[in-house]
Design a protein around this ligand. Structure first.
Ligand code: SF4
Ligand code: SF4
Length: 137
């Protein structure tokens, strides 16, 4: 949910906590950002150690984003797109019901496909009508 490219520092930073378990397994089932990306910059399928081009720093097992085609799309539409942010199942406000879903994602990965389906059914990630925001009194 951030667009930091590279930050160089010699600050003595402590190791951050590991991400909660279950996220990778959930993404493997979800692939919603890859499906919805208009420039097909996010790959479907398993993670790799190789990036797309010199904009990627290879060597880590992950899903690399093709920054070239992503930025081409930004230029084409004249905005920062962010559809992948909008559709992500984890882009949710804190709350009891979302906390329960996170518990299941961490502990019962067999239900991951159901949560992706439920996210679609709930209409999360749909583009809102901008007039609803700009024309608010
Ligand atoms: S910002 Fe848009 S074009 Fe870029 S990866 Fe996300 S969805 Fe794709
Ligand atoms: S939309 Fe979010 S949860 Fe789904 S695969 Fe992409 S990053 Fe993972």
């Amino acid at each position: 949910m951030v667009r930091i490219a590279k930050v160089f520092t010699d600050l003595p930073l402590s190791q951050s906590q590991l991400a909660p378990k279950g996220i990778i397994e959930f993404c493997e089932v979800c692939e919603k950002c890859a499906r919805e990306c208009p420039s097909e910059s996010i790959p479907e399928g398993p993670r790799t150690y190789e990036g797309f081009n010199e904009a990627n720093n290879p060597g880590a097992l992950k899903w690399y984003c093709n920054a070239d085609t992503c930025l081409d799309y930004w230029r084409e539409v004249g905005s920062g797109c962010s559809i992948c942010f909008r559709v992500c199942n984890f882009t949710k406000e804190e709350g009891v019901s979302h906390g329960i879903v996170k518990w299941f994602i961490r502990n019962v990965p067999q239900l991951n496909g159901f949560w992706v389906w439920a996210d679609d059914m709930m209409g999360y990630g749909k583009m809102a009508d901008p007039r609803e925001y700009w024309e608010k009194p």
